[in-house]
Write a protein that binds this ligand. Sequence first.
Ligand code: ATP
Ligand code: MG
Length: 357
Amino acid sequence: MNGYKLGVLYGEGIGPEITKSTVDILKAASDKIGISFEFVELPMGWEGIEKYQSPMPQYTKDELQKCHAWIMGPHDSASYPDQYKMERNPSGELRHYFELYANVRPAKNIPGIKGVVENTDLVIFRENTEGFYSDRNMALGTGEWQVTDDIVISAGVFSRKAIERIALEAFRMVEKRRKKVTIVHKANVIKLCSGLFKRVCLEVAKDFPDVQVDDYHIDAATAHLVRHSKDFDVIVTENMFGDILSDLTGELVGSLGLAPSINTNDRQAMAQAAHGSAPDIAGQNIANPTGIIFSTVMLMEWLSARHQDLKLKETAELIEKAVFKTMDEGVKTPDLQGTASTAEFTESIMTNIGCLS
Ligand code: ATP
Ligand code: MG
């Protein structure tokens, strides 16, 4: 097959700058490899509110349904008018609507970038539809209740179905890696919720007898990651624990600005940097686009596996090599103590795509 339809959502804060950079780089790489993409730009956030009175309009969701996959910039939902603030934020809504149950967040040292740790190569499988981020849960639809002015309740929702499918994703990934899975939970305190999470993951593990399995409480895992992150291979955990751990691991290997992720189910995938919209540096042409670029590399790999199309894998490899070359040449954005602007960094990657064979 030749020709893929990709949705593009620019978002807010640094979103438009870093998403444009990614699309330009993908166009350059796909031209070189000889594969065609149709980019479908769709409104979300402020643009959605202005055009359709919704930060995630039904129109956008309907159009995304027709795409092979999509790239989503970060949004700044805290800036939306009050009436939209209690709604699910745009990425939460897409994860919920399309049941994108797996959030895959790798952390690996990059040549030439000094991390807090060295030799780390791990990937976090974060359950994306329920857990302690209760607004995401499928079973109840909501997860927070105001009891009185001074008392609120938040629900943690855990289901066998959701735990099984994220555990299966994690264990299947192990085939391509070092054959170790770590389950992260808090079953000693949150006995029912985290207890079920641990138990179901261990049940899934029985079908993978050649995989080494261990488990950590979330607090111990956090401490252990700081000094011994190279001991971890695949981590499987619930929604909130995964969100917090992946910010830590992103920073450990260099910078949150480098951290990629994809959100997937069996049919669709969404590339999304692990960081937020960084309003403090928005519009200054200094944001590091690497997180969303590497998320797009992951998206190309996912599409390649799904459509059995090696050209997509070649596109991913070409972009990754070009980013490494650019960094190796010392072209870095200020978060990595460099002086390059977002545009200069992007230009350099595109030049390297042209030069690489
Ligand atoms: P969210 O809840 O949307 O994830 P957050 O509170 O985690 O938001 P971020 O927007 O991720 O915050 O920003 C955290 C810090 O990291 C800010 O100082 C921001 O400037 C910086 N930062 C985040 N992404 C980048 C990037 N791509 N390039 C440079 N700096 C970044
Ligand atoms: Mg964040």
